[in-house]
Design a protein around this ligand. Structure first.
Ligand SMILES: [Zn+2]
Length: 105
């Protein structure tokens, strides 16, 4: 487990232009250490008109942000928190919220 954040997690943005926003992780770009978070880092792609006489289209998408700029939002205590890894009795690794000590997985 390289990252402590997984697809489907809700994270809080700690830095950058979307600081303070919260959203769901929709994509993890492991090689680039970046993630895509719903509603965060909104960008626009311009598409050229396919036929003359039509205007080009503006498509909204969420651009990836650096994974170090976010922190997991604990589903239990609703606070952004550092995540610890704990081994269970049957040797499984689970994520632990360091604020409320609850297993997140
Ligand atoms: Zn917690």
């Amino acid at each position: 487990m390289k990252f402590k954040i997984k697809k489907g997690d809700t994270v809080a943005v700690l830095a950058g232009k979307d600081k303070g926003k919260e959203g769901k992780v929709t994509q993890i770009l492991a090689k680039e250490n970046r993630i895509v978070v719903e509603g965060v880092n909104i960008s626009f792609k311009h598409l050229r008109a396919k036929q003359s006489g039509q205007g080009g289209q503006k498509i909204q998408f969420f651009a990836p942000i650096d994974i170090s700029n976010v922190q997991l939002l604990c589903p239990k205590c609703k606070k952004n928190s550092r995540v610890g890894i704990q081994l269970t009795d049957d040797k499984k690794r689970v994520r632990i919220c360091k604020k409320c000590q609850t297993a997140i997985d």
